[in-house]
Design a protein around this ligand. Structure first.
Ligand code: SAM
Length: 252
């Protein structure tokens, strides 16, 4: 998918808050073999690496544009690689992923598979957005389902593969995981107006739609902005953002 690092970074401080909550769940030990799945442009992977003494950290992403930015954050103990998070192999002491696994399907199969890539005593720590029922998401799905966009998109809709907190807890339990922590948190963002909400989702959730809309992208955005203005009037706009964080360990 054509990620745009500049647009993604427009709300960098808001997007970084859950990363710090996820980092707080990591059991800091020396000499870890670590992978950051969907590392993006690398600055947060660098913060993860700086936090883990004498560890070897790999940032993995399938976007060459994101990795181009990430390259400047590499060190002798931090490398970046092109690859698909859903086909991870190898054995890792820490599998970390902030705001990326929502781009891979079938979490009921994916989470146990990733858990299977942990070394004994290893930890998985994941943050995924669970905001898919917010009005902003309802509006773009509704717009995509209406003409002329329904035909332009050939009926395409992307449904979030993110599960409920209970389902993640059960999946981890069924993997015989220890120290299971799963919670959902609302991050209370205040954005300038409803156009800013459209800009926010343009940097993430709308990417697969833009890919398919081609030259109709601006037309789609215009309709979206108008609908969003009626749904979220005034300035500033309160944008509560739900996210799921979970962590668990593989028994020794
Ligand atoms: C929302 S960004 C998060 C980036 C970074 N982890 C952060 O917290 O800022 C999602 C990232 O996941 C990457 N991504 C999406 N699908 C992927 C896949 N199947 N394999 C690897 N990376 C993927 C995207 O290229 C993008 O860089």
């Amino acid at each position: 998918m054509p990620w745009n690092p500049d647009l993604y970074h427009k709300f960098q401080s808001e997007r970084a808050a859950p990363f710090y909550d996820l980092l707080a769940l990591v059991d800091v030990r020396p000499n870890l073999k670590v992978i950051d799945l969907g590392c993006g442009s690398g600055e947060l992977t660098r913060q993860l690496a700086d936090r883990l003494p004498h560890s070897r950290v790999t940032g993995l992403d399938n976007s060459p544009d994101m990795l181009k930015k990430a390259a400047s954050f590499s060190t002798s103990s931090l490398i970046f690689q092109l690859g698909d998070q859903s086909t991870l192999t190898g054995e890792w002491d820490l599998i970390f992923s902030n705001a990326a696994l929502q781009w891979s399907e079938n979490h009921a199969e994916l989470i146990p598979r990733l858990f299977g890539c942990l070394a004994p005593g290893g930890q998985i720590a994941v943050q995924v957005p669970s905001n898919h029922n917010h009005i902003s998401h309802q509006i773009y799905r509704e717009t995509a389902a209406e003409e002329p966009f329904r035909s332009i998109l050939a009926g395409f809709q992307r449904h979030s593969p993110v599960l409920t907190i209970d389902e993640y807890a059960r999946l981890l339990f069924e993997c015989s995981a220890e120290a299971i922590t799963v919670f959902e948190k609302v991050y209370p963002h205040v954005l300038e107006d409803s156009d800013a909400v459209v800009e926010w989702i343009s940097g993430t959730a709308l990417i697969p739609y833009f890919e398919r809309l081609g030259s109709h992208k601006d037309e789609f955005l215009q309709v979206l902005r108008a609908k969003m203005r009626s749904a979220l009037p005034g300035s500033p706009v309160f944008y509560p953002f739900r996210r799921i964080l979970f962590s668990a360990k593989k028994p020794n």
